[in-house]
Design a protein around this ligand. Structure first.
Ligand code: DX5
Ligand code: ZN
Length: 234
């Protein structure tokens, strides 16, 4: 088992929010203790669902100080990256399958002063990021197939998470390992044990009656590092 990272970021996915009240929902999860706001951009082509674009990201920017974590499920992605950067995205992540030149896409995101991420679908191997680690701030592992919230967690991804944590360790770089899909307190424990340090959660937060309680329940899933256990005598 990898040593559990000490950092834990919670990024509620707005996909599960009330779309008629996006500003209010954003402020509510921020007040409830969220760290980042995860925004799922879908084009009905790369994935079989359509959500929203840079105009909505720009409108939400005014409602929160949280970093906006933009997950692009669009192909091609390159022509739209500048628009999302201008709209106020802080982190922009792309799927390697969305364009022919992943390295160039990551360079583009960074040239706009944004953090860059790669998203691995359940069937996408870790080798997809092996030669771009120097350009990455974030790696996102999909634990469902992209396109919809509320799907069941795909257990086979746990070994991929562990491998990626090891690969990140070998780079000596501070790359955040995010998990997206089917996150609940129970699955959170498993992915955190495998080495994740950022949980994206749609249904588990916005589907809960109390957002503060829902986010606390995800935080409580964190395995406590040895040093912390020793300090508390536990
Ligand atoms: C799916 C999206 C996810 C989605 C997760 O394509 O990338 O961010 O909102 O939803 P839950 O947490 O309900 O599985
Ligand atoms: Zn997502």
């Amino acid at each position: 088992m990898n040593t559990p990272p000490t950092r834990l970021l919670i990024a509620p996915s707005l996909l599960a929010a009330d779309f008629a009240r996006l500003g209010e929902e954003t402020r509510a999860v921020e007040a409830a203790g969220a760290d980042w706001l995860h925004l799922d951009i879908m084009d009905g082509h790369f994935v079989p669902n359509i959500t929203f674009g840079p105009l909505v990201v720009k409108a939400l920017r005014k409602h929160t100080a949280m970093p906006l974590d933009v997950h692009l499920m669009i192909a091609p992605a390159d022509p739209y990256i500048a628009a999302f950067a201008e709209a106020g995205a802080d982190i922009i992540s792309v799927h390697p399958e969305s364009g022919p030149h992943l390295h160039r896409t990551l360079q583009l995101i960074r040239s706009l002063g944004k953090k860059a991420g790669v998203v691995l679908n359940p069937a996408t191997p870790v080798s997809a990021v092996a030669h771009v680690m120097d350009l990455l701030d974030v790696i996102m592992v999909m634990t469902v197939n992209p396109g919809f919230g509320g799907q069941a967690f795909i257990v086979s991804q746990l070994s991929k998470i562990a491998t990626l944590r090891q690969m990140i360790g070998e780079t000596g770089r501070d790359i955040i390992l995010q998990i997206d899909g089917g996150i609940t307190p129970a699955t959170a424990t498993k992915v955190l044990q495998a080495g994740a340090d950022c949980l994206i959660a749609g249904t588990a937060v916005f589907g809960a009656p109390d957002y503060t309680q829902a986010i606390s329940a995800l935080r409580a899933a964190r395995p406590r590092p040895q040093a912390e256990l020793a300090a508390s005598g536990g």
